[in-house]
Ligand binder design. Structure first.
Ligand SMILES: O=C(CO)[C@H](O)[C@H](O)COP(=O)(O)O
Length: 231
């Protein structure tokens, strides 16, 4: 069921792409359906270029035959299509469940539009049930974690923070060579404040709060597609 919903949202987004567009290609299982649908359109004659947000998406896009570029060659994009772990009614997101938040945020920030595709279960009235991914440099990990804990305390938030690990117990390493701390906050009452203050902590590279980036969303529910914002 969920996979069909993801595919529905992704195919709707792929239908929005027009000739000549410069695209940001998201990461994750829903974005992978978008890349597959886009690949089919490219093989049918659509002319686009894409910037992948992860090594995984880069590999998939290559296999699909989607012409690729970089933000150095093409620093301004028309549209990014990406998944999300949570989305609220103000189009604020938690992303990074798949670990690609840094490149995803750089690419989304370079795009005129960002459309989120997800199944409807990702829609929440308040962000925070999904653990917030915080990407940190390995150097000084413990000190950075303590600084984050202190910040959370001043914001009257609390929750366990876990270093993300692989199945074999070794730390998960992002495409940028960093670690991820997953902050289990339960609820984030002031995402905008948390987002801006987290970025002030030395050692924090980026976090999964995406605020003011998504311009629209296509959410697939059992009752059909629900659109938020501008599509
Ligand atoms: O942010 C992400 C990767 O960093 C993904 O977009 C997010 O985790 C959603 O993934 P999925 O579509 O597999 O549920």
């Amino acid at each position: 069921m969920s996979d069909n919903l993801k595919r529905d949202a992704a195919e709707k987004a792929a239908a929005l792409v027009s000739d000549g567009m410069r695209l940001g290609l998201g990461t994750g299982s829903t974005a992978a359906y978008f890349v597959a649908a886009l690949g089919a359109r490219v093989r049918g004659g659509l002319s686009v270029v894409g910037v992948p947000t992860s090594e995984a998406t880069l590999d998939q896009a290559r296999r699909e035959g989607i012409p690729l570029t970089t933000l150095d060659e093409t620093p301004e994009l028309d549209l990014t299509v990406d998944g999300a772990d949570e989305i609220d009614d103000d189009l604020r997101l938690i992303k990074g469940g798949g670990g690609a938040l840094l490149r995803e945020k750089i690419v989304a920030s370079s795009s005129r539009r960002m459309i989120v595709i997800a199944d409807g279960t990702k829609r929440v009235s308040r962000l925070g049930r999904f653990p917030l991914p915080i990407e940190v440099v390995p150097f000084g990990l413990r000190a950075t974690q303590i600084a984050i804990e202190k910040l959370l305390e001043t914001l009257e938030m609390s929750g366990e923070m876990h270093l993300r690990r692989m199945a074999d117990g070794t730390p998960y390493i992002t495409d940028g060579g960093h670690f991820i701390l997953d902050a289990h906050l339960g609820r984030i009452d002031k995402p905008n404040v948390l987002a801006s203050t987290l970025n002030n902590i030395p050692g924090v590279v980026e976090h999964g709060l995406f605020i003011g980036l998504a311009t629209g969303a296509i959410l697939a529910t059992g009752q059909g597609l629900v659109e938020l914002g501008q599509i």
